[in-house]
Design a protein around this ligand. Structure first.
Ligand code: MN
Length: 133
């Protein structure tokens, strides 16, 4: 069991992600307003942060940069979730601090596998997060 902070502005998606994680035995902390995410992370002490990229106010990229700049949170693995992955985004997300990303609409299996790999501290195979859908 792990503590997973989930940052996603879409109500259906955040419910789906949290339900999936809960079904896998994890404890989740949902955050729908990215402006609350850093403070929530500091209070929750997550083992993993899952963040949407397309967020109002503070984008997922900005949030990842904040997490990476935080003394307490800089080593927490981050999984990005995005509906708009384009060529070069993988590099951009990694540069901002994500260890992996999953495309939306998510593949439930890919989502769960990526979470497991990040919690185990394993390195993802290059390109393994590229789903076709
Ligand atoms: Mn969004």
């Amino acid at each position: 069991m792990a503590k997973i902070l989930v940052v996603e502005d879409n109500a259906l998606n955040i419910k789906l992600f949290c339900d999936l994680l809960t079904a896998h035995g994890h404890e989740t902390e949902p955050v729908t307003d990215s402006r609350d995410a850093l403070e929530a992370a500091r209070a929750f002490h997550p083992d993993l942060v899952i963040t949407d990229i397309q967020l109002p106010h503070l984008t997922g990229i900005e949030l990842m940069q904040q997490l990476r700049a935080d003394e307490q949170l800089r080593d927490v693995p981050i999984m990005a979730v995005t509906a708009y992955a384009a060529a070069g985004d993988d590099e951009r997300f990694r540069a901002a601090g994500a260890q992996a990303y999953v495309s939306k609409p998510i593949s439930v299996m890919r989502f769960a596998e990526t979470v497991d790999q990040l919690l185990e501290g394993g390195r993802l195979v290059e390109g393994s997060s590229q789903d076709s859908h």
